[in-house]
Design a protein around this ligand. Structure first.
Ligand code: SAH
Ligand code: SF4
Ligand code: F3S
Length: 472
């Protein structure tokens, strides 16, 4: 073999070696809210550039990362139990790295390393750019922690690797943190101060998603109504104190990306949701007729103790505004039962608010005391667990009736559906959502993911509508 050829062959062999060996396997599991799932896509992107490919099989992984949630005690105990299931794996493969990301990492910091011996790495939500460096530390035999919170980090320049995704709908984070200090809530401690992301980077991400076949984006923030950014009309960032892009304007900018790109958002805050946002929703057909507006309690006294910044009457006023400006808009909510000192009467006020509003959907929880929160420091967690649970069951039963009623009203209607793919239960059926965010199941015909079709609703359960395609 002549010299040149030999070198070429050797060169190729080296390159092959490098690609095969240097790609390590990352197993990433996410818990908690949509923002955490969205963060995992940023983590996957950061680590992809440092030689890690994601795998769905943790048994073949070199690195296991759990992106955790602290919102309720149960969320944390789920993660601790999950960690136990990696015990044997780590014993057989001591070089396996196990890391905790997200809110539990931020809340517990170094103490997680003491309490969970399996864990090598603890990284808070604002420190993901540091992951490659931290991993090198762990590879060198040290346990590693970075839980610094930031006032600026929005990961705006990082293009997320879309994980476990249907290829039709995707999340876009528009802000991070929360400044609200609801007394029950751990989020301000785990996510830090509120900051908004450059709207131009948000629009660019939406355009890129549309180009790649996505047809729905959900704009994410703990309180999207307090989104703000300073930027002039030419798109140049200016340095004054006045917000020049508010949430309504951001919605409008994203709505202009393409009329076939649906826009959703979460979460709205009753104290901050403006009529301007509602009018913008009404103006653009591609902004979905759906608002998630967590009420937490129907009692003004409880809301005050929760530090939510609104009363029952204010909340009902916001509901009236939605119904007036966007007739037919679906509304969902979050409810907490058994908050500190909640009386039977106050619980009944929540029930009466539910009966007044008739939410289309709700996420319901019993109160779980969280360390360091205002409620933990100031109030006694004095409602017995059985009472909290009984109240929760009552709320769940009522909501199921309301969801069923809401779905029954759809029977006979023809609704526009964005096709998401095969339904969970059967490959003969496809599923997708209407603008109001209800899941609709229909026999698979000649349609594909990402198509907009019309479905006549024939039947329903409390959770799902069932129908037949009338036009595609
Ligand atoms: N930012 C959103 C909610 C984020 S947390 C908002 O302000 O509405 C999601 C939901 O979890 C909350 O709306 C609340 O209903 C519930 N939650 C938060 N802390 C809780 C706690 N300590 N116990 C029980 N539920 C809680
Ligand atoms: Fe928590 Fe309140 Fe912030 Fe929502 S608005 S994340 S409930 S502090
Ligand atoms: Fe949980 Fe953190 Fe989200 S506490 S709900 S993962 S912001």
């Amino acid at each position: 073999m002549n010299q040149v050829l030999k070198e070429e062959v050797q060169g190729t062999a080296t390159i092959l070696d490098r690609t095969e060996k240097s790609y390590k396997k990352l197993y990433l599991e996410s818990y908690g809210c949509q923002m955490n799932f969205s963060d995992s896509e940023i983590v996957a992107s950061i680590l992809d550039k440092h030689g890690y490919q994601t795998t769905r099989n943790f048994e073949e992984s070199n690195l296991i990362l759990l992106n955790t949630c602290s919102i309720r005690e149960k969320a944390e105990s789920t993660v601790r139990n999950r960690l136990k299931s990696f015990n044997a794996l780590k014993k057989n493969n001591p070089s396996l790295i196990i890391g905790i990301l997200g809110c539990m990492a931020e809340r517990m910091k170094e103490s997680l390393l003491e309490e969970e011996k399996l864990v090598d790495l603890v990284v808070g939500p604002d420190a993901y750019r540091d992951l490659p460096r931290l991993l090198v530390e762990v590879e060198d035999g040290h346990k590693s922690v970075n839980v610094l919170l930031s006032r600026e980090e929005t990961y705006a320049d990082i293009s997320p690797v879309r994980l476990d995704n249907n290829g039709v709908s995707a999340f876009i984070s528009i802000m991070r943190g929360c400044d609200n200090m609801c007394s029950f809530c751990v989020v301000p401690f785990t996510r830090g101060r509120e900051r908004s992301r450059n709207p131009l980077s948000i629009v660019a991400e939406a355009k890129e998603l549309y180009k790649n076949g996505y047809r729905e984006v959900t704009l994410l923030g703990q309180n999207v109504d307090s989104y703000r950014w300073n930027v002039n009309k030419k798109g140049e960032i200016i340095n004054n104190e006045n917000p020049t892009t508010d949430f309504a304007e951001l919605l409008e900018m994203v709505a202009h990306v393409d009329p076939n790109l649906r826009i959703r958002f979460s979460t709205s805050h009753p104290k901050d949701m403006t009529d301007k946002v509602l009018h913008t929703m009404q103006k653009y057909k591609n902004i979905c007729n759906y608002i998630h507006l967590p009420v937490q309690s129907g009692s003004s006294a409880v809301l005050k103790k929760m530090n939510r910044g609104y009363t029952r009457e204010w909340y009902l006023g916001r509901i009236d505004a939605i119904k007036r400006i966007i007739p037919g808009c679906a509304i969902s909510t979050d409810i907490i039962t058994g908050f500190c000192g909640e009386t039977d009467h106050e619980h009944k006020e929540t029930i009466s608010l539910m009966n007044k509003v008739k939410f289309d959907f709700a996420y319901m929880f019993f109160y779980s005391e969280r360390p360091k929160t205002l409620a933990q420091r100031k109030f006694e967690d004095d409602i017995p667990l059985e009472t909290k649970k009984a109240r929760l069951q009552e709320v769940i039963d009522i909501q199921r009736e309301h969801s069923l009623e809401s779905n029954k009203r759809q029977i006979g209607n023809v609704v526009e559906v964005l096709v998401e793919g095969p339904s969970k239960k059967s490959n003969d059926f496809y599923c997708g959502r209407n603008s109001e965010n209800t899941m609709i199941v229909f026999p698979k015909e000649n349609v594909k993911k990402g198509d907009y079709i019309f479905v006549r609703i024939k039947d329903c359960t409390a959770a799902t509508l069932k129908g037949e395609i009338v036009l595609s």
